[in-house]
Every structure is written in structure tokens, then in C-alpha cells.
Ligand binder design. Structure first.
Ligand code: UDX
Length: 422
């Protein structure tokens, strides 16, 4: 099948690459010429495990990047993978969805074969039906030849290729059976249950999945905060809890909380939608509030250990929102660094990949190229990201004035580290 993918971010680029790996011919439509250039040279503008190998295999053969929508009229499916960032009031900003739908509509004016427009971007329920469909039809000028599908993604950053090729389920929401049948074919070859449902249910499955994963994390953090006061190890507790087959052991790691470009914005958009329809999202609000407060606990612990932070030098190891990525969006290190600065501490920062990302947020703090350099002469150390290499640190902590170490990700193996909630 010939597929046009609109948007070359980590979802669009990974989807385009993996669809070519599944045997399709793919045009990736991306407005950033530098990204188009990089991809067509066989390189990837983002780090995703396994992506480079797929691009090298398919670029120039059955995968190419382009800044234009010309490929749309020759493809059977157009897949919208543009961003839906958080708007000022917490709602999902759908402006890029609208402009992609318009461009697809215009490009379909000369198309006389059946065509499916599919939305993979995370959008509030009702968006495909009430924004994408009317916009495409308005600008395409034809009516009966276009089907509409909503196909949410469940890709974790850094593991997106693995998650795409090994899905737990494939969700296909569709406006009619034919659209769903045509679209389900693009995943031929992947061994996973296919859920056929409505457009709005597919949109909600994505939000509810992310909200539940975030809820598991905030739940574990609340249990951790209680356990720490009782001298109980929350990791022992959640290990016992997670063995219940109805619960499962995943996403029960207590620590600094969740960051990233998805959980915070999706929770906020779902909460905003709930209020719009007259529901009070009490649980979602609590999940977000626990997550907001968790990093501040690190500051309280630090003050307890070294007193007033003014003039103190604090090493922050870990800037990315999680390991194996250079992405610092909504990283839990951000509120911690902001508070350290506010209280007059000097921050010495190190991350294996995210120094440059964080320097765009905090250009004025010192970044180091190793943990040892950041630890040298520090009054305290906060470990904020679950980089496995931090687990091997021990003698390096002797470079500090005193070994005051707070672990926010249960990654350290040295015995004298104190846990944020253990
Ligand atoms: C998430 C969802 O997992 C994915 O399905 C969705 O498509 C996009 O959002 P991602 O944001 O890439 O993926 O990261 P994820 O691996 O889910 O971690 C999110 C955050 O939660 C990270 O900050 C991580 O450190 C934190 N986390 C994760 C915990 O604090 N505890 C856990 O047990 C798991």
C-alpha cells in the first residue's frame, strides 16, 4: 500500500519507517527542510533505538521525506502524526491537526480512488469527527470517496520502534466498516489483537491509557511517601502488590514522578475535557497534584540534610525526563533546578545525553561532561533520572565535600544514598 505520513516527529518518523519495514511505500511529509534533508540522507534527526538501521534499509527505496503534500493523491492512506501541544488553558492545541487536514483535503482534489485519512496524533474525543472530517471534505470537494480512521499510538520515547513492531493491541476507530477494513490492512504482519471501534472510543482509549499509567505512578508515589514515614521500603511493597495478575508489576516505580511530552499534557487535556462536559476530574487532578508536589519533597529532604541551601553547591545527576533519551520536556529535574536556584544554591548538572536540551531551559547553570566533575566539591547530590550508569557510581561520591546523596529514581547501589520516598 502507498501511505503518506504527515509530521516527522518521533511518532511520525517511527511510524513511517516501520510501515516501510512492513512492506509499504511511504512518503513522510515534514515541513522542516533540515529534517527532510537528514532523513533523505538516511540519518535520523531524533534518537530512537533501531530507527537508524530501518532508515538506512528503506530511505531512497520505499521511504522518502518530502516537504510537499503531492504524494497524497497517489496514496491509499494519509496518516496525521502532527503534535497536539498543551494550550494555555490546559487544552490540547489542535491547530496543527486542522492545517494538516486542510492540506490533505486540498491534495485530494485530484484523487478519484478511495482514500482513508487516519489520525494517529493524540486528540480529544470528537476531534476526528468534528474537525478532521469536515475540514478534509471542505477542501477536497469530493464526498463519498474518503473514509476516516483514528489509530492511536502507544509508543514510549526511546523504545518507539520496539513498541511499534510489538504492539499489545492495534486500535482502529473508524467512520465506517470499509475505512476500518482498508486501514487495518496497513498493520498486516504484526501479531496483535485488533480492536475495531468508533472514532471517539479510539480517541478516548489513548487518553485513558496514559491517564491510567500516570495514575499508577502517582499511586506508587503516595504509597512511598506514607511508607517513608513508617520506615517501610515501598519497592518491597509494590513488588508484592504488582504480583497480583489484576495489577501487574509495571509502572509502580515510586520516585520523582512522571515527565515527558505525553503524560502531563494528556492528563491536562483530559481534565480540561472533563470540565468542559460538566464532570469534575477529581482523580486526574489528584494524580497531577501528587506529581507536581513530588519533586519538592527532594528539596525538603535536602534542607533537612544540609540546612539552608543558599551558597551550597548541589550536583544534579540526570536532566532527561527518563533514561535513554535526550528529551528534557517536563523533566522532574526542571522544578528541582528552579527551586535550587530560587534558594540561592549553585547547580552542577550532568546528564549523559540531555545537557544541551536542559541548557536551553537553564542556560545559566554549569553543565559537566561526567558525573565525577559535577560531584567534585559538591555539598550534596540529587539523582533525578534512571540512567543505568548512575547505578555504578560509588567512589565518585567521595569527591563531594560530604556524601549527602538523595536518590529520586531508585537507581543507586551505594548504601548511604537516601531515597526520596524510601
Ligand atoms: C508514555 C507512555 O508510556 C506511552 O505509552 C505513550 O504513548 C507516551 O507516553 P513516555 O512518555 O515516552 O511514554 O515515557 P514512559 O516510559 O512512559 O515514562 C514516562 C515518565 O514516567 C518518565 O518520566 C518516567 O521516569 C516515569 N515513570 C515511569 C515513573 O516515574 N515510574 C514508573 O514506574 C514508570
Amino acid at each position: 500500500m502507498r501511505i503518506s505520513v504527515v509530521g516527522g516527529g518521533y511518532v511520525g518518523l517511527v511510524s513511517a519507517a516501520c510501515f516501510s519495514e512492513l512492506g509499504h511505500t511511504v512518503d513522510l511529509i515534514e515541513i522542516d527542510p533540515a529534517k527532510v534533508e537528514a532523513i533523505n540522507q538516511g540519518g535520523s534527526p531524533i534518537y530512537e533505538k533501531g530507527l537508524d538501521e530501518i532508515l538506512k534499509e528503506h530511505v531512497g527505496r520505499d521511504l522518502k521525506a518530502t516537504p510537499t503534500y503531492e504524494s497524497i493523491e497517489h496514496s491509499q492512506v494519509a496518516l496525521i502524526c502532527v503534535g497536539t501541544p498543551q494550550g494555555k488553558g490546559g487544552e490540547a492545541d489542535l491547530s496543527m491537526i486542522g492545517s494538516a487536514a486542510k492540506s490533505i483535503g486540498l491534495a485530494l482534489q485530484n484523487c478519484h480512488d478511495y482514500h482513508v485519512v487516519a489520525v494517529k496524533s493524540t486528540v480529544p474525543p470528537g476531534t476526528t469527527e468534528n474537525l478532521v472530517k469536515p475540514t478534509v471534505l471542505k477542501y477536497s470537494g469530493i464526498f463519498q470517496e474518503i473514509g476516516f480512521v483514528m489509530n492511536p499510538e502507544f509508543l514510549r520515547e526511546g523504545l518507539a520502534v520496539q513498541d511499534f513492531m510489538n504492539p499489545d493491541r492495534i486500535v482502529v476507530g473508524s467512520s465506517d466498516k470499509k475505512a476500518g477494513d482498508v486501514f487495518a490492512g496497513v498493520y498486516g504482519g504484526l501479531d496483535a489483537p485488533v480492536i475495531r471501534t468508533s472514532l471517539t472510543a479510539a480517541e478516548m482509549i489513548k487518553y485513558a491509557s496514559n491517564a491510567f499509567l500516570a495514575t499508577k505512578i502517582s499511586f506508587s508515589n503516595e504509597i512511598g511517601n506514607i511508607c517513608k514515614r513508617l520506615g517501610i521500603d515501598v519497592y518491597e511493597v509494590m513488588k508484592g502488590v504488582g504480583l497480583d495478575h489484576r495489577i501487574n508489576p509495571y509502572f509502580l516505580n515510586a520516585g520523582a514522578g512522571f515527565g515527558g511530552s505525553c503524560f502531563p499534557k494528556d492528563l491536562s487535556a483530559l481534565g480540561h475535557l472533563a470540565r468542559e462536559v460538566g464532570e469534575d476530574p477529581m482523580l486526574l487532578n489528584a494524580v497531577m497534584e501528587i506529581n507536581e508536589r513530588q519533586p519538592m519533597r527532594i528539596i525538603e529532604l535536602l534542607e533537612k540534610r544540609i540546612g539552608d541551601l543558599a551558597g551550597k553547591r548541589v550536583a544534579v545527576l540526570g536532566l532527561a525526563f527518563k533514561n535513554d533519551t535526550d528529551d528534557a520536556r517536563e523533566s522532574r529535574s526542571i522544578p528541582v533546578i528552579a527551586e535550587l536556584k530560587k534558594r540561592g544554591a549553585t547547580v552542577k548538572a550532568y546528564d549523559p545525553k540531555a545537557n544541551s536540551s536542559m541548557s536551553r531551559i537553564f542556560p545559566e547553570i554549569d553543565y559537566f561532561s561526567s558525573a565525577a566533575e559535577a560531584l567534585d566539591g559538591a555539598d550534596a547530590c540529587l539523582v533525578m533520572t534512571e540512567w543505568p550508569q548512575f547505578g555504578r557510581l560509588c567512589t565518585e561520591f567521595d569527591l563531594m565535600k560530604k556524601r549527602v546523596i538523595i536518590d529520586a529514581r531508585r537507581i543507586l547501589s551505594c548504601k548511604d544514598a537516601e531515597g526520596i520516598c524510601w
